[in-house]
Ligand binder design. Structure first.
Ligand code: 5AD
Ligand code: SF4
Length: 439
């Protein structure tokens, strides 16, 4: 979501005549789009922006901005801690950035953190994107789930969906620009449409009538599936409580929807899941995965896991290890718990030593690597469909891309181009990468 916001901001600014500088020294404006989800991400921003004090002293006219979740979380306190920062702009105010930069010509400091909801009607500029073959498309933002450890509901606000017409128009523009795959983004994509009403829409445009239409995530997938020229649809993130049979059936029946579900489990211990306010048990989760795999043949499942949540003991941790073995995820992102001020879990004692968190982190990483390697080895000799996404930065003679199941594949270039979907015969693998040849 943050990476996509950075693309939106770049698109807005280049549209107004700004250019992206290749070097820090060459820049007149330096913007940090920040993440608050873990303390580590924030610590890096405090450090990096701190280092810029020297540049600011040498080049007074340089403007430094902090955008996104940290801006929303710390507001004017950022100016107190880092007096060389000029602009602080929260998650829902990002569309105002060109205007805010303009006002820095006459004002010393600019703070914009007042919107609690982003303008869902905004037609965004799609010109600045990391990748030409695939693109992010935000469908909803914010979260109402309040998992006890998570800052997102505070930093991003309540759930709000973008209208269907805006999403479809954006995807069509992307497809016209050569995009073959879209990743639909939202903190909680399965709640798409639940909060679709937008009081800001003018009645004359028929907006209020339109905004009353409630279509859910599956209906949205059906509509996107019909877009000509689009080849693949992915989405992220789903909450296990909303991952329904209806969703799994749609994943099976809609040919463009990839056979991959990212379904964060967070812990394998019922006691910890309860403290996390995740509203499901490990058995509920396992049952969901079971029906998913029955309905969607060869569906890849990936997950997020937090180790060292307050009071997590050896037994709780072992329950997570067991769950990981039982499910056999295609990939897992493991995070060490960090306290986020203002969340419910911040009232609990962060009582797992960092050394233990680190150990648990390593155990799960190693376990996942073994599982991923075994799964990858089983694919040697098979032919898989891969979208050519980029030239391999580590070896310019190779292309990289992903399979429908989100497996990374590296292969030697031939006359095919970025954006082509090709058949690759898998010849070897490591824990996380497949290597192959174009057939
Ligand atoms: N500490 C560690 N990890 C966290 N996540 C969210 N909040 C925290 C926290 N306070 C992880 C969750 C989520 C992922 C995006 O970040 O696993 O799914
Ligand atoms: Fe945070 Fe995701 Fe829980 Fe929402 S569902 S509170 S974004 S972890």
């Amino acid at each position: 979501m943050n990476a996509h916001d950075s693309e939106i901001i770049s698109g807005m600014l280049t549209g107004k005549g700004y250019r992206i500088s290749d070097t820090l020294e060459g820049a007149d404006i330096i913007l940090f789009n920040t993440c608050s989800v873990r303390a580590h991400a924030e610590a890096r921003v405090w450090g990096k922006v701190g280092e810029l004090k020297k540049i600011k002293n040498e080049k007074l006219k340089i403007k430094i901005g902090i955008l996104g979740c940290m801006a929303q979380t710390y507001k004017e306190k950022i100016f107190e801690r880092l007096p060389h920062v000029d602009l602080v702009c929260g998650t829902a105010n990002i569309y105002e950035i060109p205007k805010l930069l303009g006002s820095l010509k006459t004002r010393e400091k600019v703070l914009a953190v007042d919107n609690n909801q982003r303008d869902t009607e905004k037609k965004i500029d799609i010109s600045e994107r990391e990748n030409k073959a695939k693109a992010f498309v935000s469908i909803m933002e914010g979260c109402n789930n309040y998992c006890s450890y998570c800052i997102v509901p505070f930093a991003r606000g309540p759930e709000v969906s973008r209208p269907v017409s805006i999403i479809i128009d954006e995807i069509k523009r992307l497809v016209d620009d050569g995009v073959k795959e879209v990743m639909l983004l939202g903190q909680n994509v399965n709640s798409y449409g639940v909060e679709i009403k937008n009081p800001r829409l003018p009645r004359q445009s028929g907006g209020q009538e339109k905004s009353k239409i409630k279509i859910g995530f599956v209906k949205l997938l059906e509509k996107i599936n019909k877009i000509k020229g689009l080849e693949r649809i992915r989405f992220m993130t789903s909450h296990p409580k909303d991952a329904s049979l209806e969703l799994f059936t749609a994943m099976r029946d809609l040919e463009k929807v990839c056979e991959h579900l990212h379904l964060p489990v967070q812990s394998g211990s019922n006691r910890i899941l309860k403290l996390m306010n995740r509203i499901y048990t490990r058995d509920d989760y396992l049952r969901k995965i079971d029906s998913l795999r029955k309905i969607v043949k060869d569906c890849a499942v990936t997950t997020d896991i937090i180790v060292g949540f307050p009071s997590e003991n050896e037994k709780d941790f072992n329950d997570t290890v067991k769950l990981m073995r039982e499910v056999g995820f295609e990939n897992a992102f493991i995070f060490k718990y960090s306290t986020r001020k203002g969340t419910k879990a911040a009232l609990l004692k962060d009582d797992t030593e960092d050394k233990i968190k680190q150990q648990r982190n390593q155990i799960l990483l190693k376990l996942q690597e073994d599982i991923s390697r075994k799964k990858n080895e089983a694919l040697i000799g098979k032919t898989l469909e891969v979208l050519i996404e980029d030239v391999n930065k580590k070896n310019k003679a190779e292309f990289i891309g992903h399979t429908g199941q989100a497996r990374l594949v590296v292969f030697e270039k031939d006359d095919k181009s970025l954006g082509d979907i090709v058949n690759i015969k898998i010849t070897s693998c490591t824990g996380h990468t497949l290597k192959g040849e174009i057939e």
